[in-house]
Design a protein around this ligand. Structure first.
Ligand code: AMP
Ligand code: ZN
Length: 113
């Protein structure tokens, strides 16, 4: 069994509220939302962080960002939304499986994570 909590969510071993899923990506609600909408977009395959990505992840990273914009539009975030990627301990990363935060539904800048 994986020790990575997001790999365990992908495997269905831990619960999550999924917003979107395809072969490559999973989007689910952050367990500690800082706004009415707070999603995490993750690749299903384990990648530790943005700093661990290489040229082979270029398309994946593009898909993650475009999916965030598309889901935000589809959920009515027409005034905008925040996008955050924490990388490494000094970058505030707590879960070491690459994820993009999508935060919207209010105008506050509550720190994420
Ligand atoms: P960070 O690594 O700083 O981007 O923070 C990890 C984020 O994952 C935090 O916003 C947590 O609230 C969120 N998180 C941690 N465990 C879970 C979980 N089991 N389900 C959903 N979100 C989680
Ligand atoms: Zn993982």
């Amino acid at each position: 069994m994986s020790e990575c909590i997001f790999c365990r969510i992908v495997a269905g071993e831990l619960p999550s509220h999924a917003v979107y899923e395809d072969d490559e990506l999973l989007v689910f609600n952050d367990i500690h939302p800082v706004a009415p909408i707070h999603w995490l977009i993750i690749p299903k395959a384990h990648v530790e962080s943005l700093a661990h990505c290489g040229p082979e992840h270029e398309a994946l990273l593009g898909r993650m960002l475009l999916l965030g914009a598309r889901l935000a539009r589809e959920h009515g975030l027409t005034d905008g939304f925040r996008t955050a990627i924490h990388t490494g301990r000094a970058g505030g990363q707590v879960v070491f499986h690459l994820h993009v935060h999508i935060v919207g539904g209010n105008e506050s800048k509550t720190p994420i994570g």
